[in-house]
Design a protein around this ligand. Structure first.
Ligand code: PHE
Length: 341
């Protein structure tokens, strides 16, 4: 009995899992187990010895069972500890942070342009994207044979309706419903059949119109020079004679190239200047078409492409980036003048 006890206690020490524990239990307490076979020896003993031996052997059995129970708890605790350790979460890792949404760079650019013109006293008007040929062309003094009306440039919905090719029809719409003076800008989408790295079939323009008594070309120069310096910083501004059917005289406005600082580069085609705006004094025919008397009123008008402004300001070299909605691109515009938008 003493030997069986010692052997059992020795073997128990090396038990590491439930499987081994089960085997040990079977080896001692099972049908053919070492302790079970000791019970068989009872038969050959005298009545007195039987009682003594029987009691001892039962005590040993209880002892084994207790030890097995303890070991079982020990193994269970060890398994629990192990899984807690392996599934532990490292709470010292820094948190991932919150992703804030951001304004699209085109929206941001329009807001910035609006801010500047609002500060000068301009209101903001909007016009429809699906526009009558009459407003998009005819009343803006663009005759039937004008190349801008070519199907290559204009999306026609039918003979009389187009997707507006510029924001200038808003000039007519506002003049027709409002007496002079008028002073507003009008941002919005425009459409032309054109697509490459600087042209997209849908893009944005901001139109400007100011009609009042005694509006002169010097007002146009002052407003646009001021606007460009506020938007781009301290840049050179140059007015160049040009032609638009709805303004006379007309001009295009260039800024000193902000990429090369005027030395000449790929972006400015080595001219040192970048064209950014079309403008002019409102053509008398357009004033008449809007219901204004050109004898008493004069006006200035301008139009700019928002994508071009955004590309120059943020150094973006492909217009498609604005429309692909790649978050890696868009997330770079989360901050606006140091504040979260
Ligand atoms: N509408 C012209 C364009 O799309 C821009 C412009 C607007 C020019 C107003 C002069 C005056 O190119």
């Amino acid at each position: 009995m003493e030997n069986v006890k010692r052997e059992f206690e020795e073997e128990l020490k090396s038990v590491k899992n439930f499987e081994e524990l089960k085997q040990l239990k079977a080896a001692y307490l099972g049908k053919k187990g070492k302790l079970t076979s000791l019970f068989k020896k009872l038969k050959g003993l005298s009545e007195g010895e039987k009682k003594e031996f029987g009691r001892k052997i039962n005590e040993l059995k209880e002892h084994f069972e207790r030890l097995l129970e303890e070991k079982s708890k020990e193994i269970f605790e060890a398994i629990k500890r192990e899984s807690i350790e392996s599934e532990a979460i490292d709470i010292t890792l820094p948190a991932r942070g919150i992703n804030f949404g951001s304004l699209h760079p085109i929206t941001k650019t329009i807001m910035e342009i609006e801010d500047i013109f609002r500060s000068m006293g301009f209101g903001v008007e909007v016009g429809p994207e699906i526009e009558l040929d009459l407003f998009n062309f005819e009343l803006l003094n663009i005759p039937k044979e004008h190349p801008a009306r070519d199907m290559q440039d204009t999306f026609y919905i039918n003979d009389n309706v187009v997707l507006r090719t510029h924001t200038s029809p808003t000039q007519i719409r506002v003049m027709k419903r409002q007496k002079p003076p008028v002073m507003f800008i009008s941002p919005g989408r425009v459409y032309r059949r054109d697509s490459d790295i600087t042209h997209s079939p849908m893009f944005h323009q901001v139109e400007g119109l100011l009609v009042d008594k005694n509006i002169r070309f010097s007002d146009l120069k002052c407003i646009l020079t001021g606007f460009l310096k506020l938007f781009f910083g301290d840049v050179k501004v140059r007015f160049r004679p040009s032609y638009f059917p709805f303004t006379e005289p007309s001009a295009e406005v260039d800024i000193g190239c902000i990429i090369c600082g005027g030395k000449g580069c790929r972006v400015c085609s080595n001219t040192g200047f970048l064209e950014v705006l079309g403008c002019g004094m409102v053509h008398p025919n357009v004033l008449i078409n809007g219901g204004y008397d050109p004898e008493n009123y004069t006006g200035l008008a301008f139009g700019l492409g928002v994508e071009r402004f955004a590309m120059l300001k943020y150094g973006i070299d492909n217009i498609k980036l604005f429309f692909e909605n790649d978050l890696r691109f868009l997330e770079q515009f989360s901050y606006h003048k140091g504040r979260l938008l």
